[in-house]
Design a protein around this ligand. Structure first.
Ligand code: GRF
Length: 206
């Protein structure tokens, strides 16, 4: 079976990246992690890539705070194309992607978000759920589009909010569920597209 070539993009601690790389290593996930990219030079996610022997790169993001400079986003597209990446996995990547990436990888960029979308997009979604008095929150895997935490939903999992939860305890429990859900969602892509030599219906060419 052919392994689906994926890239993982992140800005932070990389616990989802670790969960994915562990599943690949144990043989539970038929993907090949070809590249880990971060916009943060000292992000732990790059150390995790090195620990697992995965090629990794720091991408200096340029002068904007929440997006990549267009020329740099083009550079990212090129890096991913050079590595023949089929699926781009965002794992805590804190930059909104724009046309260069979205056009180059239509329906091929996915993200995981720590709430039951469409509720609570944006930062610290678990805190938003907590202060809103919700009794249930969770995490959502979705396609990436031009809006923040918005594209078509692939899968969701619920997490109960306990009466004595703090932001930290709730976030930690959501992350445990993320680490199950995200590899499972990627596994579905591998099953559907891993062996495809031609274009698959519903999956645009890149
Ligand atoms: C996760 O909670 C994910 O839902 C959000 O960013 C966080 C990344 O965490 N998009 P990590 O870097 O994978 O630990």
């Amino acid at each position: 079976m052919t392994r689906l070539p994926i890239a993982i993009l992140g800005s932070g601690k990389g616990s989802n990246c670790r969960a994915i790389l562990e599943r690949i290593r144990s043989g539970d996930l038929a993907a090949e992690a070809r590249l880990v990219v971060s916009d943060v030079l000292d992000a732990p996610i790059l150390d995790i890539a090195r620990e697992f022997g995965v090629a990794n790169a720091y991408l200096p993001p340029g002068r904007f705070r929440t997006r990549l400079e267009p020329a740099i986003e083009e550079q990212l597209v090129q890096m991913l194309r050079n590595a023949n990446i089929e699926l781009v996995v965002l794992a805590g990547f804190m930059r909104v992607l724009h046309e260069p990436m979205l056009k180059a990888f239509p329906r091929r960029i996915i993200n995981i978000h720590p709430s039951l979308l469409p509720k609570f997009p944006g930062l610290e979604a678990w805190k938003q759920a907590l202060v809103s008095g919700e009794t249930v929150t969770g995490c959502t895997a979705h396609y990436v589009d031009e809006r923040i935490d918005h594209g078509q939903i692939l899968a969701k999992r619920e997490v109960r909010i306990l009466p004595n939860d703090t932001a930290e305890s709730l976030h930690a429990r959501i992350q445990v569920v993320e680490h199950e859900l995200y590899p499972a969602v990627i596994a579905e892509f591998c099953e559907r597209y891993g062996d495809a030599t031609e274009q698959v219906e519903g999956w645009p060419d890149r």
